[in-house]
Ligand binder design. Structure first.
Ligand code: ADP
Length: 414
């Protein structure tokens, strides 16, 4: 019997049904946005979220977006467009407005418009349909530091001046990790027009993380309840939780959920039906996170990149004393892996291209070494992998990485 009942509910992108300890932030946002939500025209409301990673900023904003959308769809409030833009993905003014446009159902060509024309077109479209708009700009630190950052925020803050014919109520949720540092990149005029209300998201304490983890287990059913004990949850929460007295601890809910997930994976790997303290200790000691790469990055890779990464992982697991494996070994192992999954292996040049791709993504490191038969060969390892260590990609334990890859490939091929 599996311990993990619903993988999806443990992923970082999943927005849970309930958000314990964030009721205040939700209420405050709804208060600031009430005119926009009620359909009033010619208003701009801005709210700024500030807080470290994993403090629930995105989850709160998306929850509000989801509720507003639902209500509008049921006709309980006037029509409103909800758009979520993550600057990790959409980095320039043009890309941001293209995304908002696409959330309106507009198919905007990549070329032919200036970003300003595009912004005007999108706002014009929303206003002609007599909609209001609630726009969430996530990871806005990136936008503020962008060369057209001022212009980008300027369009929002001055919609009514720049586009006098546009009639719309606009709500803006702007999410920053490092508010002061990021605002310093923007002009004073832009900052003062932006800075509506600032809502702080503090790191979660151990007690808060326990509530969050239990909610994921009991309310969401992500993990079989009997597989976890109070002790396990306390252990994870204490490891990750923020302590206001000593000002130590990370307080990142994403990390707490990952530790739970990896612990469950390990317990399953050992064919147990319950998570034991040793699983948590193992995951924590391997240093799971913080990282910018996690299992979702891995599972989203194209098939042959995954097969290749699996081959590299298997080799490094087989020869734990080795820090690097050479390209020749990798090719043979990769062909083996392909055969096991019934996939036709790619040719050498394509494999080599894929290694370069994985390197560009920061998933592997390479260096040139001396080969045994030929003169020089490419040596491959995982970033930050010291010799004699079993620590894998950004500290996902290697054997868990192997399991994640295997499951993901099987799923894709089934
Ligand atoms: P941030 O945007 O501040 O980096 P997120 O909103 O992305 O953080 O949250 C990170 C992860 O933690 C997500 O998987 C989210 O579902 C979860 N999470 C954060 N806060 C809560 C909460 N109060 N209740 C339940 N899950 C939460």
């Amino acid at each position: 019997r599996r311990i993990i009942l619903d993988e999806r509910k443990l992923s970082s992108e999943y927005v849970p049904l309930k958000l314990p300890h964030r009721a205040e932030q939700i209420a405050e946002t709804l208060r600031v946005m009430q005119d926009v939500i009620r359909g009033q025209k010619d208003v701009l409301r801005t709210i700024i979220y500030a807080g470290q990673a994993g403090t629930g900023k995105t989850a709160v904003a998306r929850t509000i977006g989801r509720e507003v959308k639902d209500k509008a769809a049921k006709g309980k409030i006037p029509p409103i467009l909800v758009s979520y833009v993550n600057a990790q993905e959409y980095r320039t003014k043009f890309q941001v407005f293209r995304k908002i446009g696409s959330d309106c159902g507009l198919d905007i060509p990549r070329r032919g418009f200036s970003s300003q024309e595009l912004a005007e077109y999108v706002f014009g479209f929303i206003s002609r349909r007599e909609n209001n708009a609630l726009i969430i700009l996530d990871e806005a630190d990136i936008l503020a530091k962008q060369k057209d950052g001022n212009e980008l925020f300027y369009v929002f803050s001055r919609v009514r001046e720049v586009l006098p014919e546009v009639q719309l109520g606009l709500g803006l949720i702007v999410i920053f990790r490092q508010l002061d540092e990021s605002l310093a990149y923007l002009d004073k005029a832009v900052v003062s027009s932006l800075s509506g209300r600032v809502v702080r998201f503090n790191p979660y304490t151990s007690q808060q993380l326990q509530d969050i983890l239990w909610a994921r287990i009991r309310d969401e059913g992500a993990i079989r309840e009997e597989a976890v004990s109070e002790e396990i949850i306390e252990m994870i929460a204490d490891t990750v939780g923020y302590n206001p007295d000593t000002k130590s601890g990370i307080g990142d809910a994403r990390m707490a959920i990952k530790v739970l997930y990896y612990s469950a994976l390990r317990a399953e790997g050992e064919e147990r039906e319950t998570i034991l303290p040793e699983d948590v200790r193992y995951v924590v000691n391997q240093g799971v996170l913080p990282s910018y790469i996690d299992e979702e990055t891995v599972t989203r890779l194209p098939l042959h990149e995954k097969l290749l990464l699996l081959a590299i992982t298997e080799l490094l697991l087989l020869e734990r004393e080795k820090a690097y494996v050479n390209m020749g070994e990798v090719v043979i192992q990769y062909e083996d892996v392909c055969n096991k999954f019934g996939e036709k292996p790619l040719r050498y040049t394509r494999i080599w291209e894929k290694v370069q791709f994985l390197k560009k993504m920061g998933l592997v490191d390479t260096r040139t070494g001396r080969g045994e038969t030929r003169g020089r060969t490419t040596m491959i390892t995982f970033p930050g992998l010291p010799a004699n260590s079993v620590v894998g990609i950004n500290r996902i334990p290697l054997d868990l990485l192997e399991k994640i890859l295997r499951d993901s490939i099987e799923k894709e091929l089934s």
